[in-house]
Design a protein around this ligand. Structure first.
Ligand code: BG6
Length: 498
């Protein structure tokens, strides 16, 4: 009998949260709603304030209004918290902005009792991350890790646009902050079902023995989106699906699915294992990369019963753009557990559904005693971990249909989060912001992890840049270009489409 499950979140120490880019989309659409939810759950510190920093000319009261309007029905706790929010207008390149910020932070410490504890949230455009960090340092706003109070910085994605720029960004951040003070966000790690990969694998004795190349024929990771690029034409056209989703979200899911068991579920041990796994992903040269990847771009079509524009017709996208909105790749993980078993990953915009899942396709039985045609055609056993939506896990296996003969059918055993725990999983940002507030690094990316993921992706980017991987067009609302099916068919596999 399913029971309703409730959870509580601990109260973080007093601090001031400074949001750079406070009037931007990320802050309004993700951060404020998550903070409002934390307030409603009683999970914000008793002594707390938010300072918004941005270029816009705003009064404190207007920033308070923005914070309240970010949620449809603000709770009394969020209204009370928001009434203390402050705003600093200014250019991030101007030292004067940071002097005013520094003075305001000291004033808040005196009036609110936040004890010099700071979290700086960089929700600006990526080109400003290092500038803001350097300006904070120059204004004396960063205390050392062994000071009596804490300074943390939360950095949004994208973290660099290739290996070289990521190394450079790490270098500049490390000149201002200690690695223990840096929290690099990949919001996929905040999703309950991504974390559940750890629970499924390492809290259950039945899965781990078959979790290897002897029993598994292939692993597939799909991040499918039905939305297009949503008014982000200019940004997206410089970025493309490989940088936007594969280098970060997909690599994280691959690492958690394939890594070795950690000694403990701790920031150090889990991240060590993820890095070890990413290090075993073969780095191929750009000439070979072209044979392992398919790039696609959506044409016009139908999504959600509506006609939609082709990518090249979207605002901000050049009409001859060859940026990919879809990518499918085969990765090779060269280690004892996985050698020789293909790992297929794909992501795309304007696909038929929003769907993120990991599929383990198992090998067949060594000898099939059933001679019927259905038995021979029975689909492979599959373990499907649905990260979103309909969060849950299904196991597909063959069963005998009622009757005299051995008529075999594929059936599913299903676990649904919502049915079991009687609630939808909490929002990823809520979880991650709270973790940064309590100083837990486990769901944040370490510098070596980010750089290793770029090492894997860079040769593919080079191959794209050299024009070695042609763009295949696909109709909006379809499952992507036909070439992606061929990529798997070469080794006798097929995508597991719903
Ligand atoms: C972001 C990408 O990181 O993830 C977006 O920049 C994408 O392009 C989004 O739409 C998907 O996130 P989610 O949580 O909706 O799967």
């Amino acid at each position: 009998m399913p029971t309703s499950y409730s959870y509580t979140l601990s109260k973080p120490e007093p601090h001031v949260l400074v949001i750079f880019g406070a009037s931007g989309d990320l802050s309004r659409k993700k951060l404020m709603p998550a903070l409002a939810m934390l307030a409603a759950r009683g999970a914000l510190p008793d002594k707390f304030s938010i300072v918004g920093v941005a270029l816009d000319h705003l009064q404190d009261s207007e920033f308070v209004d923005i914070s309240l309007q970010a949620v449809p029905d603000p709770s009394p706790a969020w209204k009370e918290a928001a009434s203390h929010f402050r705003y600093v207008e200014g250019d991030y390149g101007n030292p004067e902005t940071f002097q005013r910020l520094s003075t305001l932070l000291k004033e808040i410490d005196d009036t609110t009792g936040t004890g010099g504890n700071r979290i700086y949230y960089l929700a600006t455009i990526p080109g400003l991350f290092a500038t803001v960090a350097e300006s904070l340092k120059a204004a004396g706003c960063i205390s050392s890790p062994d000071a009596g109070n804490f300074t943390r910085v939360v950095v949004e994605k994208p973290f660099g646009s290739d290996l070289k720029s990521a190394v450079e960004l790490n270098r500049r951040l490390h000149a201002c902050f200690d690695e223990t003070q840096i929290f690099r966000i990949d919001h996929y790690l905040g999703k309950e079902t991504v974390q559940n990969l750890l629970a499924l694998r390492f809290a259950n004795a039945i899965f781990e023995p078959v979790w290897n190349r002897r029993y598994i024929a292939s692993v597939q990771v799909t991040v499918a989106e039905s939305i297009g690029i949503e008014h982000r034409g200019a940004y997206y056209d410089r970025t493309g699906a490989l940088r936007d989703i594969v280098q970060n979200h997909v690599m994280q899911v691959v690492a958690l699915t394939l890594m070795e068991p950690p000694t403990a579920v701790s920031a150090q041990d889990v991240r060590d294992e993820k890095v070890k796994l990413l290090k075993s992903v073969e780095i191929i040269n750009p000439e070979h990369a072209a044979r392992r990847v398919v790039r696609g771009q959506y044409g016009s079509g139908v999504a959600g019963f509506q006609s939609v524009l082709a990518y090249r017709e979207e605002d901000g996208v050049p009409e001859d753009s060859d940026t990919e909105t879809y990518v499918a790749m085969e990765l090779v993980v060269d280690n004892w557990r996985w050698a020789g078993m293909p790992v297929y990953v794909r992501t795309g915009k304007r696909l038929p559904d929003r769907l993120t899942e990991v599929v383990l396709e198992f090998k067949g039985v060594p000898h099939l005693a059933f001679k019927s045609r259905q038995a021979r055609l029975l689909e492979a056993n599959r373990l499907v971990m649905r990260i979103q939506p309909d969060e849950g896990i299904s196991l597909r296996f063959g069963a005998k249909a009622p009757g005299e003969s051995f008529d075999l059918r594929s059936v599913s055993m299903d676990f649904s989060y919502e049915d079991t725990f009687k609630q939808e999983p909490p929002d990823a940002y809520e979880r991650l912001i709270h973790d940064a507030m309590i100083g837990d690094h486990m769901l944040f990316l370490r510098s070596d992890e980010v750089e290793q993921a770029w090492k894997i992706v860079d040769p593919f980017l080079d191959a794209f840049g050299h024009g070695d991987v042609p763009i295949s067009m696909y109709r909006a609302g379809s499952w992507g270009p036909h070439e992606a099916d061929i990529l798997l068919a070469r080794k006798g596999h097929a995508w597991s489409n719903p």
